[in-house]
Design a protein around this ligand. Structure first.
Ligand code: HEM
Length: 445
């Protein structure tokens, strides 16, 4: 993708006085953003996306300092490797609903991935009831406002270059910002009302509310933190599932090997669960490989230096946006195809990738705080889809397989997704449909 534009390991761009450093190799990105994280945990100034649209409260674009550390601590506790196990029942349920929808209506698979991503995260954050469709009003409202932030974060607004414009009223910016704060507060208030009436259902927001002395965040700050989790966690996960599906269509030998593993470990009389995960290294390796192959956020989120610095003769001024070209880093031979050992066991991936086998979750202290939740959602989603379905190419009029173009994509400004293509999704064996509906009957909301 745009390989011809990549001119060196480290690039310095000066756009109307705005300094941007781009790290195009794994070595340079890790040496600076990971190994010097003490100096590179800040964020550059985002006037429109952070100061105006998020009213300074958004954790993702917040500069390094105490307000960020408080939020990071709260988010980390709620999303640590062990805490995320509390969300396994929700993720298993969402995966089942997703597979059922894919079999029923394969054409709209991208909408099903979006519904599943949104529904799982809303129930984890707010104990919100399962969404029946991606056209739910709450999702539409939030997605509209996130779209604004994403556009703004890509620095297309003039104000980023002429900060004095902040004094000019920005009508189109203030409208969605007010709306968004309102949606997040409404969702947060639902949880408060439930707790007040004696409810004790766990959720990210409930744990923030129940521990005010531990996290030191105001009501508005807590509501905004939960909202940021939705913004950061929903589309990233669903976009990865879209690329994973394309990979299954294009590489049937990989799909078959993963399904052989599922047949051997799980059998065909029940769906895979989280307890099977340690015995399904190949299924998990495929998820890692897809995250490496097609990182949903190919340029990550920029870090900023707190102090002036030098790297291999290049001056990096304080405050400069330091951007890792994650796409390019992931295609570095040092981390290429190194997920499995010779016996097919999952290898501890290279240390410089935080043992993920890719750098799609970012770097240093700013590394994605939702990565355990994301990895679990992707594991159970892909394991259940593989167990239940056969995903394959469509055939042309001569019965020849039509392999989709792996390099065609659509760009939403922040995320890249596969360009539209046709595929077939059918039950892998006759009992699938009845086992799925039995599993659905077990759910209680
Ligand atoms: C496949 C799924 C995901 C991918 C690829 C992904 C990727 C990323 C990346 C690249 C960053 C920036 C890291 C950096 O600055 O170096 C990030 C930050 C973040 N992610 Fe994720 N993410 C995913 C899922 C999630 C989920 C599920 C959540 C929460 C529920 C989440 C919450 C966050 C937050 C809050 C930050 C900001 C961290 C900070 O600034 O301290 N992400 N993510």
């Amino acid at each position: 993708m745009n390989r011809q534009l990549i001119v060196g390991e480290v690039m310095h761009l000066d756009t109307l006085g705005k300094q941007t450093i781009v790290f195009n190799s794994l070595k340079s990105a890790v040496n600076v953003l990971e190994r010097r994280t003490g100096n590179y945990s800040g964020r550059p100034r985002f006037i429109m996306a952070q100061e105006i649209l998020n009213q300074g409260l958004g954790m993702v674009l917040m500069d390094y300092g105490k307000p960020w550390r408080l939020r990071r601590h709260a988010a980390h506790e709620a999303l640590s490797k062990t805490t995320v196990q509390n969300y396994h029942p929700t993720q298993e349920k969402e995966a089942t609903i997703l597979v059922t929808a894919l079999l029923k209506d394969p054409e709209n698979r991208h909408r099903h991935f979006q519904r599943a991503g949104a529904s799982a995260i809303l129930s984890i954050l707010y104990d919100y009831p399962t969404l029946e469709s991606a056209n739910d009003k709450v999702v539409e409202d939030i997605d509209r406002s996130i779209h604004w932030s994403n556009q703004a974060a890509s620095w297309t607004f003039l104000i980023e270059f002429f900060p004095w414009m902040i004094h000019i009223p920005q009508r189109e910016a203030f409208e969605p910002s007010a709306q968004r704060a309102d949606i997040y507060l409404r969702l947060f208030d639902r949880v408060r009302a439930d707790l007040a009436s004696g409810g004790d259902r766990p959720s990210f927001s409930a744990s923030l509310m129940q521990n005010p002395d531990r996290y030191h965040l105001s009501e508005r700050e807590m509501a905004s933190l939960s909202g940021q989790m939705y913004a950061a966690g929903s589309e990233t996960t669903s976009t990865t599932l879209m690329w994973w599906t394309l990979a299954m269509v294009a590489f049937p030998q990989v799909r078959r090997r993963a399904q052989a593993e599922l047949d051997a470990v799980v059998g065909r009389s029940r769906l895979p669960t989280f307890t099977d995960a340690p015995h399904l290294p190949y299924v998990r390796a495929v998820v890692r490989e897809v995250l490496r192959w097609r990182p949903p956020v190919p340029f990550g989120v920029p870090h900023a230096a707190t102090e002036d610095d030098w790297y291999e003769g290049m001056f990096i001024p304080k405050g400069a946006a330091c951007l890792a070209n994650i796409w390019q880093c992931n295609h570095d031979h040092a981390i290429f195809e190194r997920h499995l050992d010779e016996e097919g066991g999952l290898l501890p991936d290279p240390i410089e990738t935080n043992q993920e086998g890719h750098v799609s979750f970012g770097f240093g202290r700013r590394i994605c705080v939702g990565k355990y939740l994301a990895n679990d959602a992707l594991f159970i989603g892909t394991a259940r889809i593989l167990w239940a379905t056969t995903i394959e190419c469509v055939l042309d009029e001569n019965g020849k397989e039509v392999v989709p173009d792996l390099d065609a994509f659509t760009d939403s400004g922040v995320f890249i997704r596969p360009a539209p293509y046709d595929c077939r999704i059918t039950p892998r064996f006759p009992e699938v449909v009845s086992i799925l509906s039995e599993e659905r009957e077990r759910f209680v909301d």
